[in-house]
Write a protein that binds this ligand. Structure first.
Ligand SMILES: Nc1ncnc2c1ncn2[C@@H]1O[C@H](COP(=O)(O)OP(=O)(O)OP(=O)(O)O)[C@@H](O)[C@H]1O
Ligand SMILES: O=P(O)(O)O[C@H]1[C@H](OP(=O)(O)O)[C@@H](OP(=O)(O)O)[C@@H](O)[C@@H](O)[C@@H]1OP(=O)(O)O
Ligand SMILES: [Mg+2]
Ligand SMILES: [Mg+2]
Length: 294
């Protein structure tokens, strides 16, 4: 008789709706995996046993409950340790792992953390102002494009100022689930020419320009990054971060097309937007659950 595995998921209702689709539940079931919703308002111990738990909740009560459960049931695989996930909730620490890769074709845009009034700024305009906290709150996604010094008054601190890099209007999203790695492309902000820059003043919220990008057909035509680069980022960052479930936003420098820059890393992203995400996720879970043969 084949094994049956209990996988608990602790997610916000919005994420349950997008991620736990009937097609995923069915696909997992066919492989012997039962996906069980965890109610974070009730003690975890009353809801087990679990072979594995996946989660995207950050409150202290949940972390404490998970920690206690894990001490009591050390054989339950927790994907992933909350203290390592926390590193992705800060736009400075999230990119630290990229610098550990030590590869000439991969980097991060130049950025500075602003905690206070800005005196000297060793960055080229335009820059993108990103709230330091990337904790999933609505404010953490309120970014603005800043064209000059005057525009620097438009945001609250702490904020990361990151140089805007022209990249051909396409962002590559590398989705990682353990050893499973998949890259897709999406529309991004359009390039800003020197000429255009002379006419732009102050700052603009990104939400007001993000629909100005390329046509879908143009995105279709964009060349994908080499598979070796996708593998390097997926596997390398998985090791450097100590995490299994995340995606990486990468752009290709328009002025140096062999150079790729990581601009964002998200914990437990929208996997359901990937074609065949059901088999992608099930494959990952099976890899975690099945006993390893030597
Ligand atoms: N340094 C940069 N140079 C050029 N474009 C950038 C840069 N940083 C961000 N962008 C553009 O802005 C978008 C949003 O930035 P970012 O991914 O950092 O924000 P986010 O709110 O964390 O997004 P997500 O919804 O993926 O979590 C990117 O997808 C890309 O189109
Ligand atoms: O649903 P969630 O709140 O987890 O939203 C996440 C969203 O996935 P969704 O498509 O399921 O909304 C992700 O999208 P993709 O990168 O895959 O495009 C990404 O934007 C994350 O940054 C979001 O997480 P947050 O930073 O807000 O925690
Ligand atoms: Mg992003
Ligand atoms: Mg993000």
């Amino acid at each position: 008789m084949s094994e049956s595995y209990r996988v608990g998921y602790a997610l916000q209702p919005k994420k349950v709706d997008s991620f736990i689709q009937p097609s995923l539940v069915d696909h997992a079931k066919q492989e012997g995996i039962e996906l069980i919703q965890i109610d974070p308002s009730k003690p975890l111990q009353e809801q087990g046993p679990f072979h594995c738990i996946i989660h995207k909740l950050h409150n202290q009560e949940w972390k404490k409950d998970l920690q206690e459960f894990s001490s009591k049931y050390p054989n339950t695989v927790i994907i992933d340790p909350p203290e390592l996930v926390d590193r992705l909730h800060n736009r400075v620490s999230m990119l630290h792992a990229v610098t550990l890769l030590d590869n000439a074709s991969v980097g991060v845009p130049k950025q500075v953390l602003v905690n206070d009034k800005i005196q000297e700024l060793d960055l080229h305009f335009p820059v993108i102002a990103k709230p330091l906290a990337a904790d999933g709150g609505a404010a953490s996604h309120e970014l603005s494009l800043v064209f000059d010094r005057e525009g620097l008054n438009a945001f609250s601190v702490p904020t990361v100022l990151q140089e805007f890099v022209n990249h051909g209007g396409v962002v590559f999203k590398i989705y990682v689930a353990g050893e499973c790695v998949k890259c897709v492309k999406r529309k991004s902000l359009p390039d800003i020419s020197e000429e255009k820059l002379r006419t732009l003043k102050g700052a603009l919220p990104l939400s007001r320009i993000s629909n100005l990008g390329l046509q879908d057909e143009e995105v279709e035509k964009a060349e994908m990054p080499p598979q070796s680069l996708v593998g390097l980022l997926g596997t390398g960052l998985r090791e450097a971060l100590g995490l299994n479930l995340f995606n990486v936003d990468v752009i290709r420098d328009a002025n140096e097309p062999t150079r790729y820059l990581v601009i964002d890393i998200n914990y437990f992203p929208g996997y359901a937007k990937l074609p065949s995400y059901q088999s992608f996720i099930t494959h990952f879970l099976l890899h975690v659950l099945r006993p390893k043969t030597a």
